[in-house]
Ligand binder design. Structure first.
Ligand code: NAD
Length: 249
């Protein structure tokens, strides 16, 4: 069996050595990567999922059928993100890329925290919440207009929306293809903070040809053939990994 249940320290040393051995390493993140920046995830113990079902509100149907609710939900989420900062884990990932130890990040997160931390190669599989467009004329809009409940400045329609992928919509082709290629070409894929429950992004790790590692608070995704699981907080695990890497290189 590939799954190895090792103690945290030993597991972190193993991962550090695999990173050093690997020619190409991709990191794949989900909402759990951002909870230490105080952005709630969907399915963790304090997640939004417990309060409302995002599949109903963050959906293309709600955009068309109940625009006010849609705008209210996303205005709250955009406002929540206004004062949010990356945590040490985001910065460590950006530094690992600078040091050529990872080749890029594929993320389900819409927060842009990897970008703010300085990561360069980022595949935003679910878009981002910091920019908006008009759902009718597709031209770029102003986030502040969306928050002020204004209509599209170009076509006048009540259709401004964040550039996120809604339930019921397809994923951006460039991010999907870029991630698929990166997963296939990597000899190490490190998955951080995701329940791997959201389709179709949860199919991407299945293209992995090399080692597959999970860093998550809880044991999830039992259908995936992980070579190593490290159960813990993303920020703490990445800090320990970074300290160990620094001590050996
Ligand atoms: P999820 O909520 O389904 O799963 C998050 C997982 O991360 C859970 O298993 C949880 O136990 C774990 N986790 C929580 N805090 C952690 C931490 N500090 N360290 C390690 N693990 C931690 O999230 P998902 O799989 O990414 O799916 C949710 C979808 O909703 C995504 O597709 C995303 O687009 C969207 N979303 C994004 C954000 C964001 O941008 N930050 C936040 C919520 C939801």
């Amino acid at each position: 069996m590939k799954l190895e249940n090792r103690k945290m320290e030993e597991a972190i040393k193993t991962l550090a050595n695999w990173i050093l051995e690997s020619k190409k390493t991709l990191v794949f993140t989900g909402a759990g990567m951002d909870t230490e920046s105080n952005i709630p995830d969907f399915r963790g113990k304090d997640g939004w999922w417990r309060k409302m079902d995002p599949r109903q509100v963050a959906s293309i149907d709600t955009l068309y059928d109940n625009y006010e609710l849609f705008r209210e939900f996303y205005s709250a989420r955009i406002n929540l993100l206004k004062n949010i900062q990356p945590h040490k884990g985001h910065y460590i990932l950006a530094d690992l890329e600078k040091g050529d130890l990872i080749s890029g990040i594929a993320t389900q997160n819409v927060s842009r925290l990897h970008y703010l931390a300085g990561s360069k190669t980022i595949y935003e599989l679910h878009g981002n919440i910091q920019t908006v467009r008009c759902n009718e004329c597709q031209r770029e809009g102003d986030v502040e207009d969306f928050l002020r409940e204004e209509d599209c400045g170009h076509c006048g329609q009540k259709a401004l929306r964040p550039n996120v992928v809604l339930f019921g919509e397809g994923l951006p082709m460039d991010a999907w293809q870029g991630t698929e290629k990166a997963v296939r070409n990597s000899d190490l894929v490190i998955i951080i903070g995701t329940s791997l429950e959201v389709y179709p992004v949860n199919q991407l790790p299945l293209f992995a040809q090399g080692r597959l590692v999970l860093i998550n608070m809880e044991d999830v995704a039992i259908d995936y053939d992980f070579h190593l699981k490290i159960l813990g907080k993303a920020g703490q695990v990445l800090e320990n990994l970074d300290n160990y890497l620094r001590s050996i290189i």
